[in-house]
Design a protein around this ligand. Sequence first.
Ligand code: 4NP
Length: 154
Amino acid sequence: MNSILFVCLGNICRSPLAEGVLQHKIDAAGLTTRFVLDSAGCGGWHAGEPPDRRSIAVAARHGVAIDTQTARQLKSDDFDRFDLILGMDRDNVAYLKAQQPRGSKARVALYLEEALGEAKNVPDPYYGTDADFHKVYDVCDRASDALLARLATH
Ligand code: 4NP
């Protein structure tokens, strides 16, 4: 069993896509029972809300449904519930490392570094354009292929 938590700032734009795209590929590969995925925000401003409509739209264009997700804030027991916690940018990773309780089990890493070996942020598209959301989708698609290829062999 692999459990992975994706974390961004608000849990409405980037991490719902990272979760949804990988979940879609896991399901298509018949590996649903081997993984537990979730996402959360460093902040709780959007807790209880569905993802941003622009993230829902770009995912839907690719046949990926994320509209059933509900935003939530990171909590301290996440560090014992998940094996791997991936921050979408370096600020998220810094926040995660500062919040991680001593002795908890999760490994914290930067999303694109873990997936693709590219130590880069997924830029926050919240104040951006639809094109920025397309870029987030495309990078999540590439990253999810790489994560699944690695994790499926374990
Ligand atoms: P996310 O984008 O971290 O990718 O979900 C954001 C969503 C909301 C806010 C910031 C970033 N906000 O400031 O409300």
